[in-house]
Design a protein around this ligand. Structure first.
Ligand code: SF4
Length: 680
């Protein structure tokens, strides 16, 4: 039997899937054409999802802790017992300490619009719980896109083929959003130039005409130096800016100091030559003057220029907000809109003009806790957090300053509920553990953030064990806490109808019949021809004052590299072909190794395969080293989404990440981890 559904992983593509069922079990998962972007093929990640569904880590029934926290020592209980315990604790906590002593902790894990911000939000709003700032990913890029362009719909995947110059900045579609890659290749086949800005030689960087292997956190000066060039060499499209932009002079002024020499030195590109040779004095030296080559094409002669700004690569550092703004401002200053294949592409999550919040419950004016500072919140906040409810998330391994987070989770007076599919590192700390259905066992609606599609997810198998869906569990808790109202949707199907009925430009029946919602635009809209900024005056805001107020120094101000002589190496943790988040990391994988440039390794007496320590003032990770020149010198890399079992000492890369925040929007500074590496 074949059944249709949709991939819910945190990936731009939102692939439509066909699941083969044999004897009531999933035999295989493949791609279809319901979401046209999928083109009948999918990546290896979701193909392995049955290993999560039927794997040894799957949670089968509710349980209550019976041993020390963190040891995953549980005793099976009934759902009634588990939910009654949680509801009683919620009511008692609110009465005794106030609703703010309760903190719900969740993020967009393997879930869609139905499994987040529906009945869960209703429950926590009515409890008057602390509110969570969901900032671990895409907060600065989202804020930049919203403030500058009002999240104008982006260039479609197909239109990449019409670009003459494509600049991929801080993204790696070969690992996340793979369906963009063939369109980039087709553009190259038609003669387009490809530039990749990334500290690693990603597969696309290897095929690029220019690879700017910048030091992590230096995207801002590099982008500002491009602005300076455009403004000062007469290549800015002043007429376009006059007609369509605000804040031009502020950007011009902030870019003025960033000569190519200064930016290249800061970004350390290329190491030996850029510090010595002023780039524009020897345009014919291609090998060493990459920025010049890029700029020749930026000066409006090359045809359509397309910027694919990463959804988070350039944001995960102290300069992340301004870097994202400066990159997004490049097509505006260059006047690169209004033709097919020109403009920018970023997350399209807001293109439908709908929010993800479907609850009718009013949001309380309670305190906001930034999820990137969970450890601090659990250990230091006043009033203290006494009840933590974790779902769709695995903060024990995904949140900065892991050791502090773990100390918080160890608090004996903290009552922790974890609602999960498998025994994650966070689940091991639960006081009450609830088994959750996967996307293959329930309904959902998945809004892609690359293409404009909303696809219907349907259950293709019965729930495994006693697992239950979000709508059912949060609905029960509303009932048991006495917070349910008559008009609240009851159960998963009513919840879905509630969401379907509020989708713009499509009907619930259409979505149910076709498995997909009609997109809000015809064809492939061209920016500044078919779609325009959704700002109040439809202008591009190059210096958004509201964001500037968040940063003490204002926008486009570079904060220097936090490296010290003690901890000189920049540690990054990008998504891989195995994991985009910590979801699916329970599935066996080859040994996890730290990627190092051979010269960095040699300087430390480290050989390929050696056991090593990666350390700084916050913590230490032990694993083995993999040497390769596909990462720049001075930067080392561990894969994103690791679990504690993947390293030799049980700590992941997040134990080395400070819980400092980005210049705007409170994002995580994963790429600001500065470390030393030594052979064990
Ligand atoms: S992870 Fe992305 S590419 Fe892979 S199947 Fe899901 S949506 Fe498609």
């Amino acid at each position: 039997m074949k059944a249709a559904t949709v991939c819910p992983l945190d990936c731009p593509d939102g692939c439509s899937l066909e699941v083969t069922i044999e004897d009531g079990r999933i035999a295989s998962i493949d791609g279809t054409h319901v979401n046209p972007v999928t083109e009948g093929y999918i990546c290896a990640k979701v193909r392995r999802f049955p290993e999560r569904v039927y794997g040894p880590d799957r949670l089968m029934y509710p349980a209550i802790r019976k041993g020390p926290k963190g040891l995953a020592s549980f005793q099976r209980v009934t759902w009634e017992e588990a939910l009654a315990t949680i509801a009683e604790r919620m009511v008692d906590t609110r009465r005794e300490f106030g609703g703010e002593a309760i903190l719900p902790y969740s993020y967009g894990g393997s879930n869609g619009m139905l499994t987040q911000d529906t009945s869960d939000a209703t429950l926590f709003r009515r409890l008057g719980a602390s509110r969570l700032a969901r900032t671990v990913c895409a907060a600065p890029t989202g804020a930049a896109n919203l403030s500058m362009y009002g999240k104008m719909p982006s260039v479609s995947y197909e239109d990449f083929e019409d670009a003459r110059l494509i600049i991929i900045w801080g993204g790696n579609p070969s690992a996340s959003g793979i369906h963009l890659v063939p369109h980039i290749r087709e553009a190259q086949r038609r003669g387009a130039m490809l530039v990749v800005v990334d500290p690693r030689k990603t597969p696309l960087a290897r095929q690029a005409d220019i690879h700017l292997a910048v030091r992590p956190g230096t995207d801002l000066p590099v982008a500002l130096s491009l602005h300076r060039y455009l403004f000062e060499e007469g290549h800015a499209d002043e007429a376009f800016l006059q007609a369509h932009a605000r804040g031009v002079e502020r950007l011009r002024e902030r870019a003025r100091a960033w000569t190519f020499e200064r930016a290249a030195a800061e970004a350390d590109i290329p190491v030996e030559t850029l510090r010595q040779v002023p780039l524009f004095e020897s345009l014919d030296d291609e090998a060493t003057h990459e920025l010049c080559d890029l700029l020749e094409n930026l000066d409006c002669k090359a045809g359509a220029v397309l910027f694919r700004a990463g959804d988070d690569g350039q944001e995960r550092n102290r300069n992340g907000g301004s870097a994202s703004l400066a990159i997004l401002a490049l097509p505006a200053v260059g006047g690169k809109f209004a033709e097919r294949g020109g403009g920018y592409m970023m997350s399209n999550s807001a293109s439908w003009g709908i929010t993800n919040t479907w609850t009718g419950a009013q949001e309380p004016a309670t305190r906001v806790i930034n999820m990137n500072r969970l450890g601090r919140a659990l250990l230091e906040s006043t009033p203290p957090i006494n009840l933590l409810f974790v779902y769709n998330s695995n903060p024990a391994v995904t949140t900065p300053d892991q050791r502090r987070v773990l100390r918080g989770l160890e608090r004996e007076d903290l009552f922790t509920v974890v609602f999960e599919q498998v025994m994650t590192d966070t689940a091991r700390y639960a006081d009450v553990l609830l088994p959750n259905t996967t996307f293959l066992e329930g309904y959902d609606l998945v809004k892609s953030y690359g293409p404009w599609t909303i696809n219907l997810g349907r259950p293709v198998i019965e729930p495994i064990g006693e697992s239950r869906c979000n709508a059912e569990v949060f609905g029960e808790l509303l009932e048991l806490t006495g917070l349910r109202e008559e008009s609240d949707p009851r159960g998963e199907l009513e919840e879905m109808l509630n969401v379907l009925d509020r989708l713009p430009g499509t009907t619930g029946d259409e979505v149910r019949d076709a498995g997909t919602a009609k997109p809000p635009f015809d064809g492939r809209p061209i920016q500044f021809r078919d779609v325009f900024p959704r700002t109040v005056d439809q202008k591009i805001d190059l210096y958004p004052e509201a964001l500037a107020k968040e940063s003490s120094a204002g926008l486009y101000v570079y904060h220097p590299d936090p490296a010290t002589s003690e901890f000189p190496l920049a540690l990054i943790s990008p998504a891989s072909e195995k994991t985009i988040s910590s979801t699916l990391a329970e599935i066996p994988r080859p040994e996890v190794r730290l990627l190092m440039h051979p010269e960095d390794a040699e300087a430390r007496g480290i050989a390929d395969g050696d056991e090593i320590r990666i350390f700084n003032a916050l913590g230490e990770v032990t694993c083995t080293a993999a040497l390769g020149a596909w990462i720049r010198r001075g930067t080392v890399s561990l894969p994103k989404g690791l679990w504690r079992k993947h390293t030799l000492n049980g700590y992941t890369g997040t134990s080395l990440v400070p819980d400092t925040l980005t210049d705007v929007a409170g994002g995580a500074c994963f790429n600001d981890a500065r470390v030393q590496v030594a052979k064990v």
